[in-house]
Ligand binder design. Sequence first.
Ligand SMILES: Cc1cc2nc3c(=O)[nH]c(=O)nc-3n(C[C@H](O)[C@H](O)[C@H](O)COP(=O)(O)OP(=O)(O)OC[C@H]3O[C@@H](n4cnc5c(N)ncnc54)[C@H](O)[C@@H]3O)c2cc1C
Length: 497
Amino acid sequence: MDSKTSCDVIIIGAGVSGISAAKVLAENGVEDLIILEASDRIGGRIRKQDFGGVSVELGAGWIAGVGGKQANPVWELANKTGLRTCFSDYSNARYNIYDRSGKIFPSGVAADSYKKAVESAIQRLRSEEANCNSADMAMNFDFDQISTPKTPIELAIDFILHDFEMAEVEPISTYTDFGEGEFLVADERGYEHLLYKMAETFLFTSEGQILENRLQLNKVVRELQHSRSGVAVTTEDGCIYEANYAILSVSIGVLQSDLISFEPPLPRWKTEAIDKCDVIVYTKIFLKFPHKFWPCGPGKEFFIYAHERRGYYTFWQHMENVYPGSNILVVTLTNGESKRIEAQSDQETLKEAMEVLRNMFGPDIPNAIDILVPRWWNNRFQRGSYSNYPIISNSQAFDSIRAPVGRVFFTGEHTSERFNGYVHGGYLSGIDTSQALLEEIRKEKEKERINETHSFLLEPYLALTLSQTDTVAGLHKCEVPRQVFLSRKMGIPEAIL
Ligand SMILES: Cc1cc2nc3c(=O)[nH]c(=O)nc-3n(C[C@H](O)[C@H](O)[C@H](O)COP(=O)(O)OP(=O)(O)OC[C@H]3O[C@@H](n4cnc5c(N)ncnc54)[C@H](O)[C@@H]3O)c2cc1C
């Protein structure tokens, strides 16, 4: 490959949003495109890995929002490609709460704590809303009625509610639009199979491999220059790619980091919107055992550990429903706990997890024979798991996050107002961004056509005027200043020069 390559559109990132954006462009005649992906694979936060004899999903695992009036487009893709999935029912998790001595809390106690936690979560949401809406509302709000979780069971339920079920503004569009069902992907080809199927429609593939130089792997974009006339992208290995437009699909965590520099820098309204969005770190730790020692009957797939430290190895799942006989447990950690375990060795994490399991199931259980700890926070191409907008956010936040800056368009799950944080959010945002770009291309072509028509009509008149000017050339010499010409050619605002 030359060190300088030109095309119509550069797409940065080959996650679900980058691939869906590229597909829409290709289907609409913009085939001269290049996808630059920093890692050695497509998929981004959709990623499988072989572990303990089966395929596990390190990133997205569930297709969330199934069974409603509208079809979830990702669910439709999964059905079309025959992806194997398994229904998940979290509702019983609250009846499988273990204390530190291995006793399961009686269902009445669990149900009471759950009810109390839901009420206080609703109060907390209302208080945030009151704070945001007006000083009057905030003054009249009775903040004392919000109880703070204190006991291990309250802390565990609070963690489940906030870090899983209610981390978003109610009502949650995913469930209201697409339905309440959630299906866990359990397919040896992985969730990422959907992306290969999508890529196959516009990139040349053979035996499941994408063999096209319009997809460039191991290309870490470090600089994005943009002007009125185009974009130039420089990768870590020194290659330069030029195009009319760029679509940037990197995660919100990457946008908040300094991996990519912009020239000229992004405007303040954009950087402020990027910085305001929170990044959730969500880590699934996989543990393989020589045999199972946990209950596996109906309603037992998910279980909870109540500890005085919030989020300490709280949420567990066994994989017997999806892969019978796999003897694998998954424990989910978030945010501070995720960052803490990312910083320590896997052996230390294994020791902690085993201590928790021995508290729940007794001292005689076997040691895990393998552990897998994904590190989404320390991955410089991710810097976290997904976006989380403040509970009370207005459309302005999303408008700013997704608005293009000149010829640079933004896409990815974080730009989806209704479905941020989800695979379908990424998928739909890629489609929306490409449609906005196609509209921009159409407008630009229309402008060019009008300009051409004008200059064609004006030509005879200009010829006449010029010949007249020639005769007085010595009297009124009128030159376009050099920097103005440069600025028009480069598309740089004149004020900068
Ligand atoms: C642990 C975890 C669990 C999740 N669980 C679920 C779930 O159960 N259900 C669900 O619907 N969603 C879930 N999600 C969220 C879902 O995975 C994401 O919303 C979605 O995959 C995001 O897609 P994207 O295209 O926006 O971003 P990404 O997949 O992050 O794609 C961006 C791409 O850009 C690349 N990139 C970054 N920097 C550069 C650079 N400088 N140059 C070139 N390329 C670059 C990255 O390598 C990446 O491939 C989960 C995510 C995680 C991490």
